[in-house]
Design a protein around this ligand. Sequence first.
Ligand SMILES: O=C(O)CCC(=O)C(=O)O
Ligand SMILES: [Fe+2]
Length: 242
Amino acid sequence: MSFLSNANTWLSNLSDSAVRDIATRINEDGIFWLPDFLATDDLQKMREFVAEAIARGGHQSVSLRSDELDGSGLDELAGSKPFRDLFSRLYLVGTGQPAPVVKFHQILRCLTGESVAKHSLMFHYDSYILTALIPVEIPATGKRGDFLIIPNTRQIRSNYVFNLADKVVLDNALVQRVLRARASNGKVKRVSMQPGALYLFWGYRSIHTNEPVDEGAVRATALYHYADPHADSFVKRQLGRR
Ligand SMILES: O=C(O)CCC(=O)C(=O)O
Ligand SMILES: [Fe+2]
C-alpha cells in the first residue's frame, strides 16, 4: 500500500454530512477520534524519524516545527489536499464563517527523559481554533501520557485582549493546581491515545493538556493547528506573542 493511502482514502470520501457529524461529535463530546487513520507502514516511517530526532537531541524532549519535518511523512500529510480540506470544511461548519486559507502551525512534540514533567500537565488553550492530534509513539506500558480535556469552555473571543486574559488566568499556578487535582480525581475527560488515530478538537475553546510518561519512555504527538482568530491583532503584534 502506498504512503498515507488509508488516510487519503478516508479523507477523499468524506461527505458533507460526515463532516457535519464530526463537528457534532467535537461539539458534544469535546473530541472526535478515528482509529487507524495512519497505516502501520506510515507510522513506522514517522517513528523512525522520531527516534532519530530524540537521539540527535540527546534523549531529551524535542519539539520540531514544520521546517524541521522534511522526510518525516508528517509534511506530506500537511500537503494533502483532502486533509487540508477537512480543516476548512470543519471550520465552516463549526464557526459558520468562511474558512481562512489553510496554513498549519505544525509541531512534532516528542517527550522523553527528565524534561517530561516540565512539558506535562500544563493546562492551556491553543491560539488556533481547530487542532488535529495524531499520536505517533505512545508507551505500551507504565504511564501512557493520556490526553486530558475540558471541552468547549469558552467561545471565540471578539478581541485578542480577552483571549490573552483567559490565557493569563489559566496560566496561574493556583488554577493549574486546581485543574490537576480535578484531573487526579477523575473529573476531567481522559483520552487514552492510540497511535495512528486521528483526534480533532476545538483547541482554542478547550482547556487541555497531556499527562506525563515515564522518563525512559517516549511519547510523540503530531499536531496540526489551524486558524488563529487574532492573527491580525495589533495588540498581539505589539506584544510579540505567537
Ligand atoms: O501532545 C499532546 O497531547 C497535546 C499537545 C498540545 O496540546 C499542544 O501542543 O498544543
Ligand atoms: Fe494544545
